[in-house]
Each structure stands twice: as structure tokens, then as C-alpha cells.
Design a protein around this ligand. Sequence first.
Ligand code: HEC
Ligand code: HEC
Length: 202
Amino acid sequence: MNLTRSAWMAALLTALIAPVATAVAGEQIVPVQNCTWCHGTSAQGYAMAPRLAGQRPAYLETQLNSFREHFRDAPLSKQYMWSATAALGPQAARDLAAYFSTIPPRAANDGNTNLATMGRTIYMNGIPDANIAACYACHGPNAEGIRDIPRLGGLSRFYLKARLEQWGQGYHSVPGSPMPLVARPLASAEIEALASYLSFVK
Ligand code: HEC
Ligand code: HEC
């Protein structure tokens, strides 16, 4: 059987359009504009919504599913992301995650420069006396993330600080996350330092 010219064109068009708007049998089309009006036109983060650009695709996908299942439950997650993911099927979540991960990330650079050195020391070495693990062991030497462990470099100070506080306050992100154990012993000055340092990492 010959593949007709128009069938070939249709296949090519689908491949080109797929990462931007997804449609699979039984799933709604989700245009990226549904996301970028909060996360910023190039997904670099805006106001309370974090940067998605350059994030690990497996991490984005897991978090989207976690919002949809109401497992990730911090106040801003409930307020914004529960409704944003209510109609998001698993395939659409995977496609959006793949799309945002390919956008080159820019650093927020909004931390306190005086705290960056202290933040870097904690990031690289942890605080052995306080039983705080070195972040770099999981998030990578340049905070670039690996597999489903997220990139932290260049996220905004506001967002990083809120996330690091929330685990200590008993909110959840994904089942089985090591982060509650890692973050609970962090003092607020240490959280400030880590968030400042990481906001500058490219
Ligand atoms: C009305 C605003 C709004 C819309 C629309 C929105 N988001 Fe969000 N998003 C947020 C906010 C605010 C947060 C931070 C939640 C928190 O800190 O608990 C967030 C968090 C996230 C996170 C977690 C990022 C991380 O680093 O853990 C992902 C992933 C995400 N959004 C993806 C999306 C996608 C994909 C869409 C479109 C389907 C979307 N968002 C639509 C406001 C929005
Ligand atoms: C044992 C491995 C491990 C260690 C050590 C670790 N992390 Fe994580 N971290 C993870 C995993 C896995 C996730 C994703 C799961 C989740 O969302 O809870 C994560 C998520 C995060 C997030 C959420 C990012 C986002 O986009 O919302 C932040 C912030 C974070 N870690 C900061 C740190 C800091 C700071 C340290 C060091 C004090 C650290 N982590 C140490 C494994 C680790």
C-alpha cells in the first residue's frame, strides 16, 4: 500500500504540531497558552508561578500528575494548579512536560548576593552537624537536576524559599519524596541562603 502524499503531509504536520498542542483520542487539546499566561510567555516564571523552561521533563510530568491527583497540596498549588490540571490527561501532561523542558532556561538572579556564598557551602557540603544532606549529591554539581530530580539553578528566590519551607510545614509534593526529610531540619537563615545562591546559578 502506498502512503499518499496527503497522508504523509498530515503525518508531518502532526509531528510538527504535537509538542505545542496535544490531541489524543479521548483527551482534550491543551494549548500552551493555558499555561504561559501564568508562567510567562517564554515560561521563565512570572509572579508566583515558577519557571518551567529547561526543567527536567520527567519531573514536570510527575508534578502535573500530582497536582491533578491533589497530592501536591501547598496553598498556591491548590489555588492555581489544581484547576489548571483538572482536565489534563496523562498524555497531554507528558507532551507539555516535554515541550517546556526544551525551552532554554534563564536565571532569575533575584537572591541576596551577600548570602550566596553561605548558600553554596550548604548546597555542596550539606550541614553534617545538623544532619542536612548535600544537595549536590542528588541535584547535581551545577544544580541542573537528573532524571526526575529537578533543576534548581536559576529558579526564583521566592519560589525556592516557599518550597523549602513547605516541606517543614507538612505539605506534600509527590509520594516517596526524600525532600521532607532533607528540608525539615533547615533553619530559615539556611533556606534564605540556599534560595539566594540557587537563584544565580546558570
Ligand atoms: C492561574 C495561574 C496558573 C496557570 C493557568 C498554570 N499555572 Fe502552573 N503554577 C502556578 C503557580 C502559582 C504555581 C506554584 C504552585 C506552588 O508553589 O505551590 C505553579 C506550579 C506549576 C508547576 C510546578 C513547577 C515546579 O518546579 O515544581 C508545574 C509543572 C506547572 N505549574 C505547570 C503548568 C502547566 C503545564 C500549566 C498549563 C496546563 C499551568 N502550570 C498553568 C500558576 C499557574
Ligand atoms: C536524596 C536526594 C535529594 C537530596 C539530598 C536533595 N534533594 Fe531536593 N529533590 C529531590 C527529589 C527527588 C525532588 C523531587 C520530588 C519532590 O518534588 O518532592 C526534589 C525537589 C526539590 C525542590 C523542588 C524544586 C521545584 O521546582 O519545585 C527543591 C527546591 C529542592 N529539592 C531543594 C533541595 C535542597 C536545597 C537540597 C539540599 C539541602 C536538596 N534538595 C537535597 C531529591 C533530593
